[in-house]
Each structure stands twice: as structure tokens, then as C-alpha cells.
Design a protein around this ligand. Structure first.
Ligand SMILES: [Zn+2]
Ligand SMILES: [Zn+2]
Ligand SMILES: [Zn+2]
Length: 149
């Protein structure tokens, strides 16, 4: 007896999960602008993928946690997603007014995060650092007198 063909149900769930993730990856790769989970879900459904909004949302959250997608929040509190330009770990400067994101590296932050975690004996550590502010264009577009230097 072999152990290779034991759990067919589990395998098919895993295969479906992988397919759903791949479809989402391809969709994110194809669009350069920010989309909401609902918009991405609608496009996946339109493309024939049988996937629920919760699954799309969860996949986006885990991609965002890994730093594979950029997120911005609209003024209405909705989160929009876009695939990161940079594949490796990085951080973002995010404009709170227009949502413009700039990818930045933070060697000092990396060292500090590793050391702080190691000092407390933590392993498998990850961190999220986003710097939110008002970008240069938005500062220029502000009415006179609104900007203090
Ligand atoms: Zn990014
Ligand atoms: Zn801006
Ligand atoms: Zn970092």
C-alpha cells in the first residue's frame, strides 16, 4: 500500500486554492492601477473563475502582508490594491490625499526589526511599515496659506 493517493478531497481543495491564487496574480499583473477587492472579484468572475469575494479578499490581505501588493485607503475607507513594482521586501510612502505610493527601502528599519525581535527570542518575524503623508503635487495643489513650512 502506498500513501500517495490517500486524501483526494484535500488535494482538490488545494488545487482549487492554487488556481484561484494564480488567477488573482495574473489579474494583478495585468492592471497597473489600484482596484478594490470587489472590482478584482468582479473581473475574476467575468473571466470565468468561480471564486468568492471573501477568498479574493483573504488572498489580497495575505499578499499585502507579504508586501507583494501595495494598498491605499480611499477617503471612504475602502482599501484598494495594486501589485508592487518591486518584488523584494520594501516599504511605502503613501499620499493620504491622492493615494500616490513611492516604494522605498529601509535598511535601518530592517536591522532594528530583526534586533528587536531577536532580543525577545521571536522567530519567523515580519513587519509592516508604511509612511503616510501629503505628496509634493498635493502640497502644490493646496490653496495658498494652507501649507506651513
Ligand atoms: Zn510596493
Ligand atoms: Zn498626493
Ligand atoms: Zn522592512
Amino acid at each position: 500500500m502506498t500513501t500517495s493517493a490517500t486524501h483526494p478531497a484535500t488535494t482538490s481543495v488545494q488545487q482549487r486554492t492554487t488556481r484561484q491564487k494564480r488567477a488573482l496574480d495574473q489579474l494583478l499583473a495585468a492592471c497597473a492601477d489600484f482596484r478594490s477587492a470587489q472590482e478584482l472579484h468582479a473581473e475574476l468572475r467575468a473571466g470565468g473563475a468561480r471564486v468568492g469575494l471573501t477568498t479574493v479578499y483573504n488572498n489580497l490581505r495575505s499578499l499585502a502582508d507579504r508586501g507583494a501588493v501595495d494598498t491605499v485607503r480611499t477617503e471612504g475607507g475602502e482599501t484598494l490594491y495594486r501589485r508592487c513594482e518591486s518584488e523584494s521586501h520594501h516599504h511605502h510612502l503613501v499620499c493620504r490625499l491622492c493615494g500616490r505610493t513611492v516604494e522605498i527601502s529601509g535598511p535601518v528599519v530592517e536591522r532594528w526589526a530583526d534586533e528587536a525581535a531577536a532580543a525577545e527570542g521571536f522567530i519567523d518575524v515580519r513587519h509592516t511599515v508604511e509612511i503616510v503623508g501629503t505628496c509634493r503635487q498635493c502640497v502644490r495643489a493646496r490653496p495658498r496659506g494652507a501649507v506651513r513650512r
